[in-house]
Design a protein around this ligand. Structure first.
Ligand SMILES: NC(=O)c1ccc[n+]([C@@H]2O[C@H](COP(=O)([O-])OP(=O)(O)OC[C@H]3O[C@@H](n4cnc5c(N)ncnc54)[C@H](O)[C@@H]3O)[C@@H](O)[C@H]2O)c1
Length: 275
């Protein structure tokens, strides 16, 4: 029997392989025998089949790099992202618009059975409350029009982080409907706080108690590897019937919130009370 978890001989691309989850994912995929092609704004420390410097804000560069890597792929791993310490328009341009454009360019090059996985965030867990608004934004497929939309909806977009991750979650689910007809899948993950370089940026914009709360019930941050393995699983044939899923990778946080075992309302009240 063929091992459905094997990556031996598989050809994959990964965006965001300089540090954190993307670096961990690239290392694991190389160890598993995949031909790994990485892109990032900074050179990756991982030795792989190819690395190309690419800023996901630059759509012309994305088109060029996809054509230069070329060929067909078995998996697309989207780990690149910006925290909300950057301007909101840049955050949305990388975390949603860039990831979407990069993924759309790979879609025609995906073999039957291939899959895309993106890292969203549990910061997006409330996306269901504003699907119509997110669909309106997602319908702006032109980059300039999308950035105009962002500028015109400053209150909804806020710091750009949660909004971009919600858009990624909704687009992932919408896109899964058409892609499965071609035998291709698309999913995303909702990680809880993870010990990567981005955490330093998060800690600049919110007090430690926020990250301690989101790290419940395990009461520690994930390692980058603990976020990388679910991505590798979702893009493997072992997950052949999983598409359009936003998978919490949070050691029980989402389940606790959805069932009331973890009291989100009390936490919000404690924040507004300044505690
Ligand atoms: N660390 C957390 O607690 C956490 C929680 C939930 C979701 N996330 C998400 O996980 C993903 C991975 O982040 P991480 O935590 O590993 O942090 P990280 O900062 O280590 O990784 C982000 C990567 O994206 C790359 N990148 C940034 N801007 C880019 C651009 N314009 N073009 C191409 N690459 C770019 C960076 O160079 C880096 O390699 C991100 O999408 C992040 O939003 C992180």
């Amino acid at each position: 029997m063929t091992n459905p978890l094997s990556y031996a001989g598989k050809r994959v691309v990964i965006a965001g392989c300089f540090s954190g989850m993307g670096e961990a994912c690239a290392r694991a995929l190389v160890d598993l025998g995949a031909e790994v092609h990485g892109v990032d704004i900074r050179p990756s420390p991982v030795s792989m089949a190819s690395f190309t410097e690419l800023d996901l804000k630059d759509w012309a560069a994305i088109d060029h790099v996809v054509a230069a890597i070329g060929g067909e792929v078995d998996g697309v791993f989207n780990c690149a992202g910006l925290p909300q310490t950057f301007p909101a328009a840049d955050v949305v341009a990388v975390n949603f618009l860039g990831i979407r454009h990069w993924s759309e360019q790979w879609m025609p090059r995906m073999k039957r059975g291939a899959a895309i996985v993106s890292v969203s965030s549990n910061a997006a867990m409330g996306y269901m409350q504003r699907v119509p608004l997110l669909r309106e934004f997602i319908a702006t497929t032109d980059k300039a029009a999308a950035l105009d939309w962002v500028a015109a909806h400053a209150d909804d977009v806020a710091d750009g982080y949660g909004f971009s991750k919600e858009a990624l979650a909704v687009w992932t689910q919408m896109r899964s409907v058409d892609l499965i007809a071609e035998g291709k899948r698309i999913n995303c993950t909702f990680p809880s706080p993870t010990a990567t370089p981005m955490m330093k940026d998060f800690e600049k914009i919110a007090p430690k108690m926020v990250f301690d709360f989101f790290a419940k019930p395990i009461n520690r941050q994930a390692t980058p590897e603990e976020q990388a393995w679910p991505l590798i699983l979702l893009n493997s044939p072992a997950a052949s019937f999983i598409s359009g899923v936003c998978l919490p990778v949070d050691a029980g946080f989402t389940g606790g919130v959805l069932t009331g075992e973890i009291d989100m309302a009390a936490f919000r009240a404690s924040l507004s009370g300044g505690q």
